[in-house]
Each structure stands twice: as C-alpha cells, then as structure tokens.
Design a protein around this ligand. Structure first.
Ligand SMILES: [Cu+2]
Length: 117
C-alpha cells in the first residue's frame, strides 16, 4: 500500500477515503499477508490498523534488528516498511479500517477499508 498526498488531499493507493467505499483489501481470517507500506510523500505517516497487529521486519528494504508486534508503525518519508499482517485471531470479523494515524491526514482521506472474511 502507498501513501500519497497533494494539495487536494491524502490518499492510500491513489484513493481518497469516502464512507461508502467498497473494501480496498479482503483478508481471510486465519491467514497472514505481507504488506509493503510505501510513503511516497515528503513527510512521515504512521500507518495504523484496527483489530489486528503486524510484525514490522524491514525499513527501507533493510532488516529491522529486533522486530516487534505493533498496531502502528512510522513509515519514513520517501521510504517503506515491510510488515507481516496477522489475521489469525479467530474473533476478527467484518469490515475494519487502516489509516494514517495523524488525524488531519485521516480526515482528508488517508484511510481505507479492509474486510475480514
Ligand atoms: Cu499521514
């Protein structure tokens, strides 16, 4: 997934969030997914996801020395973070969201839906 921004707003994968959006991502409960989170802007964006956690294991394609489980990670500007999303917790269900954790960016569109199936 890629964070971008311009004078009109903030985007994930080129899309500005609206409440009636279809899910951008679908995930099977019981699975893991590899996400590379790319920050193609000139400022930091903390990526946050609801209901689940992830292991951040590389930053700017370099291994992180002591990977830890998180629900928010700072994605460096002009860089990336690689994470293993953990969708194995059996209680997760239904529509959820992931977004930039800066309220001003989230409110201007930097959010997307994920459907746990
Ligand atoms: Cu942001």
């Amino acid at each position: 997934m890629t964070f971008t921004e311009d004078k009109n707003g903030f985007y994930i994968n080129g899309k500005k969030f609206t409440p009636d959006d279809a899910p951008m991502v679908r995930a099977k409960v019981g699975s893991f997914q590899h996400w590379q989170v790319v920050n193609a802007t000139g400022e930091l964006h903390p990526m946050h996801i609801h209901q689940v956690h992830f292991l951040a294991y590389a930053e700017n394609d370099k291994p992180i020395a002591n990977p830890v489980w998180l629900d928010t990670v700072n994605v460096p500007y002009g860089g990336s973070v690689d994470v293993i999303m953990d969708f194995t917790e059996p209680v997760i269900r239904g529509m959820s969201v992931f977004h930039c954790h800066l309220l001003n960016h989230e409110d201007k569109g930097m959010m997307a839906k994920i459907l746990f199936e």
